[in-house]
Design a protein around this ligand. Structure first.
Ligand code: SF4
Length: 704
């Protein structure tokens, strides 16, 4: 059915009626505010579904005390899709030291508190409560990265695949377009034939079933069962590496036994073609927040005039969720489509002539491709320990694209604000020269992340010498252009394998150059990554024991070596008592004892974090958060559609209460003396030679 694209997707029954829609076909529930921009997953998928003739509505940041918001447009005909938004809700709510954040770039006013903890589970429950029997599909970064057994930093525990906790019918992992369209098609066919829809086997999805559902003759990656990982935490590394390989390989199924059932993951869909990406990005987005909002949404401001050129990143950094979500195969838009989008920007209200960013997860990977056979690839990174001979990217073509963008009528400035891969940049001196001289805008973001060789190996990042060479080239070209320009290095403290000595080495290097680092993130073990498995198991991917800074005291200490103002002592009530457990963190640190540091602040009551999972059921966790002061927000992280994220850079330790979800988990710190290399996932190979973001608030449906 032909369906006209509305100015905004409907968020209320009144808006539905204005469009002449009596009912929805698909309902999307999201933890982000509704901004009609392709960097917002729900907006992009909603527009795509409308383009396929499906009447799609959005409920953004619903109240979780009642199903009223979720049900306000009535029961959708086919299914409901649920996402936490562009960030994992726990990452959105808590800092690297498990302190509450005050800000949320994806919420009106930039305030935290508009979505619940573990939003995917809560929203799924709300939908089932509102519409019993309706097919519920999970998606977005939170669901995607929690699709198998994973370590949850905020509760310090292993959690089972999120499908089981959310009790949803299906989980879409990775990019959502193709799977969601396939689901809609299946549902429509079932409706026509009067049959029960069979949603199993759709590429890019996971569901609970039985091993017999794997088609005969298909390659299968068998992940350790959830229960076996609970018994032997070292198996988390095996499961994580297998999951990473599952995405890269592209032609295998994956299964994980859990609670007497089987989690099945179909192979990923093929990366989108340029034509498919073009179609999606050229949908008629207004690039604005829904007019129902009365306060600015920081992420909208940050992204309105940015242009996304590609998806995926060959880097495969061990701490980054991209490899598990978008994958390492880069999918790029066509030059023509990017230029058409730029021209459309210049005709929009509020256009100032500046494009804030033209890029993707790594800005200099537009057009990158594997000239070998990626399905047979056993490397964990296309760039580490050295750029793979099969990895090809014409960076000069990327620069020429930027020049063409800059030549468009009405365009005065073009910047590349996405980070670039400096090792890759060195491979094309002319492109680096042009990027430095023409499009840097005074500051260039680069992510060496560290400079200690051992830490870099664990991160799957290029060696220090590569970064130094890059700096020299950047300095030379900036000087030649007569510009005073700076590299903004992104750095990580307390990475698994990193010691105080490694941090001092990094600090000394920075000091020797007179640099004061501004972008330092204390490592956050986000769900699903290899680095998180390293943090949890105390092993590198080859099974060798590594030092892990686990206690808040040590993490703060490492952080403080680079950022002295942030490395203050933790204080009573701020959360390190868990570390007093010799099972988990060894002997209590001096800094962890009560009596050191400042007085507890309001809301820091010890013991406040006891009860787990309160927020997961509708009706709980409903108290409105105290609004924090609006901030400029953090780097955005991609959802089903957006650009690549920078691993969240976190904030300084806050002054509010500890995470309410800390619970004694089943985790046992592995005894290094007994450490064995984790077994290899069936059909996979351990990578060799490499170790690799209110009630009372205003929004659609909650108007004044
Ligand atoms: S063969 Fe090389 S370029 Fe291709 S996916 Fe593997 S590492 Fe990347």
């Amino acid at each position: 059915m032909e369906l006209k694209q509305p100015a905004f997707l409907p968020t209320t029954r009144q808006e539905m009626r204005a469009l002449g829609w009596e009912a929805l076909d698909v309902l999307l529930v999201t933890g982000d505010a509704y901004v009609d921009h392709p960097s917002f997953g729900a907006a992009l998928l909603g527009r795509l579904l409308v383009a396929r003739g499906l009447r799609t509505g959005i409920v953004a940041q619903p109240r979780w005390t009642t199903p009223e918001d979720v049900s306000r447009m009535g029961r959708p005909r086919l299914f409901a899709g649920v996402t936490a938004g562009a960030l994992d809700s726990m990452l959105a709510h808590y800092t690297a030291f498990r302190k509450k954040r005050h800000d949320d770039a994806y919420t009106p006013g930039g305030r935290a508190g508009a979505r619940p903890n573990r939003a995917v589970i809560v929203y799924s429950n709300l939908v089932r409560q509102a519409f019993p029997g309706l097919v519920v599909i999970l998606g977005g970064i939170e669901a995607s990265l929690r699709r198998i057994t994973h370590y949850d930093f905020w509760s310090d525990s292993l959690r089972r695949p999120i499908l089981l906790d959310a009790k949803a019918d299906l989980l879409v992992w990775g990019m959502g377009e193709a799977p969601l369209i396939a689901v809609a098609r299946t549902m429509l066919q079932a409706e026509e034939s009067g049959m029960v829809p069979d949603l199993t086997g759709i590429p890019g999805t996971a569901w609970m079933g039985g091993p017999e559902q794997v088609p005969e003759g298909q390659a299968v990656l068998e992940l350790p069962s959830h229960e076996s990982i609970q018994q032997d935490p070292r198996l988390l590394m095996q499961a994580t590496l297998a999951s990473e390989h599952h995405v890269q390989r592209g032609d295998a199924w994956a299964v994980q036994p859990v609670s007497g059932r089987t989690l099945l993951l179909a192979p990923p869909p093929p990366p989108p073609t340029s034509r498919q990406l073009d179609e999606v990005f050229e949908l008629p987005f207004s690039r604005r927040a829904h007019p129902g909002y009365t306060e600015a949404i920081p992420a909208e401001e940050m992204m309105r005039w940015s242009v996304n050129t590609h998806r995926g990143c060959g880097g495969g950094c061990s701490f980054c969720s991209l490899a598990l979500h978008q994958g390492r195969r880069v999918a790029s838009r066509s030059r023509g489509s990017i230029l058409r989008e730029v021209r459309s920007l210049t005709r929009m209200p509020g256009w100032t002539g500046s494009i804030s960013d033209v890029g993707g997860p790594s800005a200099n990977m537009w057009g990158a491709r594997c000239t070998l056979d990626p399905s047979r690839c056993t490397r964990a990174s296309c760039l580490f320990p050295a750029v793979c001979p099969g990895f090809r990217v014409d960076q000069s073509a990327g620069v020429e694209l930027l020049r063409e963008v800059a030549r468009q009528e009405g365009v005065r400035h073009v910047r590349v604000a996405s980070g670039i891969r400096h090792d890759l940049a060195l491979q094309d001196p002319q492109a680096l020269k042009a990027l430095t001289m023409e499009f840097t805008g005074g500051q260039l973001k680069v992510a060496p992340e560290h400079l200690s060789e051992r830490v870099l190996r664990g991160m799957r990042k290029p060696a220090r010498e590569v970064f130094e060479r890059f700096l020299e080239e950047f300095r030379r070209h900036s000087q030649a252009a007569g510009k005073e320009q700076y590299v903004i290095p992104y750095l990580i403290s307390a990475f698994p394998g990193c010691t105080d000595q490694d941090m001092r080495e990094l600090a000394d290097w920075l000091r020797s150059r007179g640099w004061t680092p501004r972008q330092v993130q204390c490592f956050i073990p986000t769900p699903g990554t290899v680095a998180t498995a390293m943090y949890f198991t105390g092993l590198d991917p080859e099974g060798n024991p590594i030092h892990v800074a686990r206690s808040d005291a040590e993490r703060l200490r490492q952080h403080g070596i680079l950022c002295p103002e942030r490395g203050r002592k933790p204080v009573r009530g701020q959360g390190p008592e868990r570390r007093d457990n010799p099972q988990q963190g060894g002997k209590p640190q001096r800094d962890e004892k009560p009596g050191h540091g400042r007085k507890p602040q309001r809301g820091e009551k010890p013991g406040h974090g006891g009860k787990p999972q309160r927020d997961e059921k509708p009706g709980h966790g409903a108290r409105p958060q105290r609004p924090g002061r609006p901030t400029s927000g953090r780097e955005p992280m991609p959802d089903g559609a957006g650009r690549g994220h920078k691993p969240d850079r976190g904030g300084k330790p806050g002054r509010e209460a500890r995470s309410p979800e800390r619970q004694p988990g089943p985790r046992r710190a592995p005894d290094p003396a007994k450490s064995q290399p984790p077994g290899r996932p069936s059909g996979t190979r351990t990578p060799s030679g490499q170790a690799r973001k209110n009630q009372g608030r205003r929004g659609p449906g909650r108007r004044r």
